[in-house]
Design a protein around this ligand. Structure first.
Ligand code: FES
Length: 137
């Protein structure tokens, strides 16, 4: 089986978890997403099967919005969804990881800025695959 392209196409980014439509809520937390509370290192965040390959799963972890991304089959990365520009919640959209406030865009595999005004990357959150689950690293 060929390996998937490690750089996700902004057009092929899929969304799971929260609402898939880019919100118009401005600098609010955005629509409701699945929530986990009281999790620590090694605790399950989400079944790997719920994170689309080449896509992102939006969730809340102890009140913090998190984007869990599966850039290639079986590999996961996660980012704090707080936009480094002015703090809006970055969303997973058909156009990639995009901030609804001023349209900054971020590389789903690395969190690096693809388009400003943000000048800093998304904050990475340590995650790992353990068995069939994504766990907090
Ligand atoms: S707050 Fe995200 S681009 Fe401005």
């Amino acid at each position: 089986m060929p390996l998937e392209n490690p750089r996700l196409s902004r057009r092929t980014l899929l969304l799971a978890g929260g609402v898939g439509v880019l919100g118009s809520a401005g600098c609010t937390s955005g629509p409701d997403v699945p929530e986990r509370t009281g999790v620590g290192t090694g605790d399950v965040l989400v079944p790997l099967a719920d994170v689309p390959r080449g896509g992102a799963y939006e969730m809340s972890v102890d009140g913090r919005r998190v984007l869990v991304v599966q850039p290639t089959a079986g590999t996961v990365v996660a980012f704090d969804a707080e936009c480094p520009h002015q703090g809006c919640s970055v969303r997973a959209t058909d156009d990639g990881l995009v901030c609804p406030c001023h349209a900054s865009a971020f590389d789903p595999a690395t969190g690096q800025v693809l388009q400003g005004p943000a000048t800093s990357p998304l904050t990475a959150i340590a995650v790992a695959v353990s068995g069939d689950d994504v766990v907090l690293g």
